[in-house]
Design a protein around this ligand. Structure first.
Ligand SMILES: [Zn+2]
Length: 298
């Protein structure tokens, strides 16, 4: 399997994968903000080019691009879509849904990871195309209201709070507020059944410390560092069998996709969840400490 972002993302994924399997291997080097960001968002081409749509486990499917994840929960009463991504990529998203044998017009509910355009800009268009109900975490509503592609207002049919459930056709998703990256950043959890067994799925909203993020003396959100800490606390309480996230690089999708069909379901990876949390939280703590030190010196 080729890594489109050849050097950086390929090497990084390899390091992380080795870190999971061999207990003797030293912990992977902590990425810089820039490296983590590039690993996650990929190139513009990767952001808008569909990745091969595939079933992950049970009734949960991947319909996103090479670097922006979208998930489809299919049920007899219609489907739930998590992340519409960039509006320009919505035609590709529709094709991915159809390639799996599902009708785009059967999408009844649209959810999102967090109020950034790369994950939720397409909400208005998808609602236009499907009539789906768009639901969003209360703390992200102000940012979503500023997201108006082509002047279209952002649709919000139901405002969610931490712990709210979204149910359709026998599947239930739980919205967990994992703030920091945005104020209403949302991690989705659900139980899926596959081969007569139940599995816990966690779709991490994002805890990325993007380049330029200001954790100290942030006038727009003075509580941002505390919110990140709360987000990590919540995520540390979750114990997924199947860790997923808003960017496929956050759960090693390319490598796992290549292993489908050869042995156990590669998306079952509890150790991978902990390793990714460690990497992302270590980076956050380091950047916070650097910014606190710089602020104290001034
Ligand atoms: Zn983001």
């Amino acid at each position: 399997m080729r890594y489109a972002l050849a050097s950086a993302s390929g090497v990084i994924s390899a390091i992380l994968v080795v870190g999971h399997v061999a207990a003797q291997t030293p912990a992977p080097r902590v990425l810089t903000q820039e490296e983590m960001f590039r690993r996650n968002v990929g190139t513009r081409e990767e952001q808008v080019t569909p990745f091969t749509p595939h079933r992950i486990i049970g009734n949960l499917h991947y319909v996103g691009t090479k670097s922006l994840a979208s998930f489809l929960v299919t049920t007899p009463q219609g489907h739930v879509l998590i992340n519409t991504n960039y509006e320009v990529a919505v035609p590709g998203l529709k094709e991915s849904v159809e390639k799996l044998g599902f009708a785009f017009s059967d999408i009844k509910i649209v959810l999102g990871s967090h109020a950034h355009g790369d994950h939720m800009e397409g909400d208005a268009l998808v609602k236009q195309m499907t009539g789906a109900q768009v639901m969003a975490m209360a703390e992200d509503v102000p940012a979503l209201e500023r997201m108006r592609p082509g002047g279209k207002p952002h649709p919000i049919d139901r405002v969610l709070k931490d712990g709210d459930t979204v149910s359709l056709g026998g599947s239930t998703l739980v919205a967990r507020l994992t703030p920091g990256h945005t104020r209403g950043c949302t991690t989705w959890t659900m139980t899926v059944t596959d081969g007569g067994r139940s599995y816990q799925v966690v779709i991490v909203g994002s805890m990325g410390s993007n380049p330029g993020f200001q954790f100290v003396n942030n006038k727009d959100n003075p509580a941002i560092a505390e919110e990140y800490k709360r987000g990590f606390e919540v995520l540390r309480t979750l114990k997924p069998d199947v860790p997923l996230a808003s960017h496929p690089a956050m759960y090693g999708m390319v490598d796992k996709f290549a292993r489908i069909g050869s042995g156990p379901n590669p998306f079952i990876d509890p150790a991978g969840y902990r390793a990714e949390m460690d990497a992302v939280e270590t980076l956050f703590r380091r950047v916070l400490a650097e910014q606190e030190q710089a602020a104290a010196v001034r």
